[in-house]
Design a protein around this ligand. Structure first.
Ligand code: ASP
Length: 341
């Protein structure tokens, strides 16, 4: 008997199928691949290394690992990897995760003294039965895999921390325009307030020429956080999510708010329902704003998304969120993301 329940199931399924096909067909009907996108202006340099892989028919997974390693190694980048601002106790602790088109994923949390947490995360994915390793266990695994301990606290990050210690007030501020920051850093790093520009993660999403997606996300987390604090960045579904049928998303900003809303998973699920990447990012941002009521004045969260057709978009609470795009048309594009305020 074609009962009511079955009817509801069938209608829901066909509605989902329509939504999915809507999400998977561009206006022109073509797919923009390969493509790589990543958060913030520093994504341009990272995309360039990812592109070396993508433009030679390499895999999205290799591309995103190669790409974000550029930001991890960049001493001037004080929010990712080597040179990252430390926690309250002056210790640099790194979070990273990676995910491929088969939903394989790996993450390291609060990893110390290892310059490339993303590569350790990839090995967690490939060489262990686990998804996440944290703290001492993550370090032990990294050393077993041949990584070398390094001091990640640079003189300039140490100075910024010492300055912060004078007030020791934890107040994550919104991103400031990156160019202004870069200029200020070049001119007089010691003059930068210790708590300014104290968060900005690199999240990268790639679609390769085989039609497969992968993503990576890596950060030193919120500057001057409590020792042991973990944000969204190494949490699959929060800081990063990939579904090869639909697309991928990544997040930056105050991680606690992203975790509470399982942000990147939400963005991907919205794209599954037919939202464009920008609309999906906007809806995820609006949920955070709605829940926080009137207390989002100084809060920054931004989402970046890429769908299966190579269409991309972003949305943030505050102005100033940028992202970098690299595809066959343009290799060093910086897009100013739209924002609520
Ligand atoms: N989301 C990161 C964290 O909360 C920081 C950032 O992206 O700025 O650790």
């Amino acid at each position: 008997m074609y009962n009511r329940r079955k009817f509801i199931q069938t209608t829901a399924l066909s509605a989902a199928a329509v939504a999915l096909s809507k999400a998977c067909t561009t206006k022109s009907g073509s797919v923009n691949q390969p493509i790589v996108i990543s958060t913030w202006d520093f994504g341009v340099a990272a995309n360039a290394d990812a592109w070396k892989v993508l433009s030679t028919n390499g895999k999205a997974l290799d591309a995103v690992e190669n790409g974000v390693k550029v930001a991890e190694a960049d001493v001037k980048n004080q929010s990712v990897g080597y040179g990252g601002l430390p926690d309250r106790d002056g210790i640099v602790t790194l979070d990273a995760c990676i995910m491929d088109h088969l939903s394989n994923c790996g993450a390291v949390l609060a990893l110390e003294q290892i310059k490339h947490p993303i590569s350790v995360a990839r090995l967690v994915m490939e060489k262990t039965p686990h998804v996440m390793l944290a703290g001492d266990g993550a370090l032990q695994f990294a050393l077993e895999q041949g990584f070398k301990k390094e001091n990640l606290l640079t003189e300039s990050s140490k100075k910024a921390w010492e300055k912060w210690l004078k007030t020791a007030k934890y107040s994550p501020t919104s991103n400031i325009e990156n160019k202004l920051y870069d200029n200020a850093l070049k001119a007089a790093p010691e003059k930068l307030p210790g708590n300014q520009y104290n968060h900005d993660t690199i999240g990268m999403l790639a679609l390769d020429s085989h039609g497969n997606l992968a993503g990576a996300c890596t950060t030193s987390g919120m500057a001057y956080k409590l020792h042991g604090r973990i944000g969204d960045s190494p949490i699959i579904g929060a800081g990063l999510y990939i579904d090869n049928e639909v697309g991928g998303a990544t997040a930056t900003g105050v991680g606690e708010e992203v975790v509470r809303n399982v942000g990147s998973f939400l963005v991907v699920e919205l794209m599954r329902q037919g939202y464009s990447p920008e609309e999906a990012c906007k809806e995820a941002v609006m949920r955070i704003i709605k829940k926080k009521k009137n207390s989002t004045k100084d809060l920054q969260v931004g989402f970046l998304a890429l769908n299966k057709n190579g269409e991309y978009g972003a949305y943030a609470i505050q102005k100033g969120f940028s992202f970098a795009v690299c595809d066959n048309q343009k290799q060093d594009l910086i897009v100013k993301g739209k924002s609520h305020y």
